[in-house]
Write a protein that binds this ligand. Structure first.
Ligand SMILES: N[C@@H](CCC(=O)N[C@@H](CS)C(=O)NCC(=O)O)C(=O)O
Length: 220
């Protein structure tokens, strides 16, 4: 029996969807292993051997001596190189794509993750902090405005092609309601969300590894 090269360990979260979007878009065969946080499987020794940070997503490439990759941005980059898709070979376009990918990893993801924590979980746990909520929702909104400006005269974040930068940022921005970030006046960013939502591969990925959770709802 032969197995597909990629074994992907993930869950239905903003970071977890990124490699799923890539693999669905690339039409690559892969084995999907859904990680259930409630079992703490992602903190067990066999998972920590893949990702010492104990978080999803992570992958094993059986076609590359079981090479393990963690951190969703690094995974998108690895997959783009393996399959030769969604990352330009032109050095400057490639650099620009990685710049926007890093903006997601270092900016959009952390700011929105904290906004979600303070606006939702801390609130529900009776640990609300108005200052923390304002800081992280404010920073997220500022980053949304950067993205909206970037998309004023282009369909995709870099050059004229859909890339791993779009795949990285989309799941986060798509969950703006859950992070309580207003989209008011951000028409270019809203149109970009529509373009991505209309892609069959993206729609498939957002239903994996199990039906979309409530935080995916567009209008909460
Ligand atoms: N920087 C990491 C973040 C990974 C991350 O935060 N994963 C979350 C889900 S989105 C997770 O595994 N949470 C479960 C936990 O921390 O126990 C990446 O982009 O891969």
């Amino acid at each position: 029996m032969s197995y597909p090269d990629i074994q992907l360990f993930t869950a239905a979260t903003m970071n977890g969807w990124k490699p799923l979007i890539f693999l669905e878009e690339a039409g690559a065969e892969y084995e999907l292993v859904g990680v259930d946080f409630s079992t703490r499987a992602h903190k067990a020794p066999d998972f920590l051997a893949l990702n010492p940070n104990g978080k999803i997503p992570a992958l094993i490439d059986r076609g590359n001596n079981d090479f393990a990759v963690f951190e969703s941005g690094a995974m998108l980059w690895y997959l783009a190189e393996k399959y030769g898709q969604f990352l330009s070979a032109d050095p400057n376009t490639r650099s620009e794509t990685l710049q926007w990918l890093m903006l997601q990893m270092g900016g959009v993801g952390p700011a929105m993750g904290q906004a979600m924590f303070f606006a939702r979980f801390a609130e529900d746990a009776g640990q609300a902090s108005a200052a923390a909520t304002a800081r992280f929702t404010g920073e997220s909104r500022r980053l949304f405005e950067v993205l909206d400006t970037r998309l004023q005269e282009r369909d995709w974040l870099v050059g004229d092609a859909y890339s791993i930068a779009d795949m990285a940022i989309f799941p986060w921005v798509r969950c703006h309601s859950w992070a309580t970030i207003s989209m008011d006046g951000l028409d270019h960013l809203a149109a970009w969300i529509e373009r991505l939502d209309a892609r069959p591969a993206v729609a498939r990925a957002l239903q994996l590894p199990n039906p979309a959770p409530k935080f995916l709802a567009r209008y909460d």
